[in-house]
Write a protein that binds this ligand. Structure first.
Ligand code: SF4
Length: 352
């Protein structure tokens, strides 16, 4: 299909079918960036309230840069993939410090900022600065693979190069912003992963997948990564109405968030099965208070919360060894926490 016809058709479809979303009413690179980071791996309905509260709490990139990390993580709580929030903060700080609060206006320079890869840089460059560089996300992969019958595997290096080149060959120089948004919206609403609306499609006649009934085979994806099971046993210690918690350090999924004393085991164990650790720490474990299953992208967490007590003379040593602190109810509520910890606190009596 001729590239001009393709872009004209998809832009016309977009003008008629696009959803009205707050980040579509602006050319402010800060807000466009914010929306793109929040919406990565997140549905619009889930991400929208987060976008609104971020814009309200931090109306400018400078205000975000100068906020304490705990406040940023607390606002992000529930969205998952917390490295995105930490990168968001690091990026804002860099823009504040090195660019005086103004986003750079070139695709290449945008890519040097923390957490900004090809996808986000292309979105900011095209929407805020009208630079004709194509955005390639999951929706765009799907539309291109199906319409043009591209069978390269989408996560391979070759695949990425082929799809990027195709998208960049189609983008019109006069409307790069509208084209990019049209591609993503078309994939999200019309050429959906399951049950694409082929009968009423603007590409019915030309679409390779439709002609050869290959919709379910395209795009080609590598087989899924194996999900790792982890068994987390949280020991909850409460004294004088305060809870013993700690900030998680580097190298784990919840870096920077607050949780309890943790004993990770290879297999599921009952509270009574944690004898060895119990002896080492001098804990008196109660029974399990709550059980949860928490599914992340590549990990399945089997979590139990166990109430425990510890003799006063042992407490100091434990606090020092494990980097724990007692927090009051008010303080706990303000701390950024993994969603499963938040859920436990809401559903158990521990904060009352
Ligand atoms: S015809 Fe079907 S598969 Fe092809 S672009 Fe349209 S909705 Fe997608």
């Amino acid at each position: 299909m001729d590239k001009k016809i393709f872009s004209k058709k998809i832009i016309a479809w977009y003008e008629e079918n696009k959803r009205s979303l707050p980040w579509r009413q602006t050319r402010d690179p800060y807000k466009i960036w914010l929306s793109e980071v929040i919406l990565q791996q997140t549905r619009i309905a889930q991400g929208l309230p987060y976008y609104i509260s971020f814009v309200e709490s931090f109306p400018t990139v400078k205000s975000l840069a100068r906020a304490p990390e705990d406040k940023v993580l607390r606002l992000w709580q529930g969205l998952g993939y917390y490295s995105r929030a930490r990168n968001l903060h690091a990026c804002a700080k860099k823009i504040d410090k090195e660019y005086d609060g103004k986003f750079p206006d070139s695709f290449e320079e945008l890519k040097t900022l923390p957490g900004i890869g090809d996808y986000t840089a292309a979105a900011i460059a095209s929407i805020a600065c009208q630079i004709p560089v194509a955005v390639v996300d999951g929706n765009v992969f799907r539309v291109l693979a199906r319409v043009f019958g591209i069978e390269e595997e989408i996560t391979s290096n070759k695949g990425k190069t082929v799809f990027k080149a195709k998208a960049n060959s189609l983008i019109p120089t006069d409307q790069p912003d509208v084209f990019n948004q049209a591609m993503m919206e078309f994939g999200a609403l019309h050429c959906t992963p399951k049950n694409p609306k082929c009968q009423s499609c603007i590409f019915t006649k030309d679409c390779v997948a439709n002609k050869h009934e290959m919709q379910s085979m395209l795009p080609v994806k590598a087989s899924k990564q194996k999900v790792k099971k982890r068994h987390l046993n949280y020991i909850v210690i409460k004294q004088k109405g305060k809870l013993l918690m700690r900030k998680r350090g580097n190298g784990d999924i919840w870096n920077g968030l607050y949780d309890f004393l943790l004993i990770e085991t290879k297999k599921p164990v009952k509270a009574s099965g944690l004898r060895k650790q119990e002896k080492e720490i001098n804990l008196t474990l109660g029974t399990t208070v709550m059980h949860y299953k928490h599914v992340l992208s590549h990990q399945q967490l089997i979590i139990q919360f166990i109430a425990a007590t510890i003799p006063t003379d042992q407490l100091k040593a434990l606090i020092k060894k494990e980097g724990l602190t007692f927090y009051s109810k008010k303080e706990v509520e303000k701390l950024p926490k993994p969603i499963v910890i938040n859920r436990f606190l809401k559903e158990s009596e521990f904060l009352n």
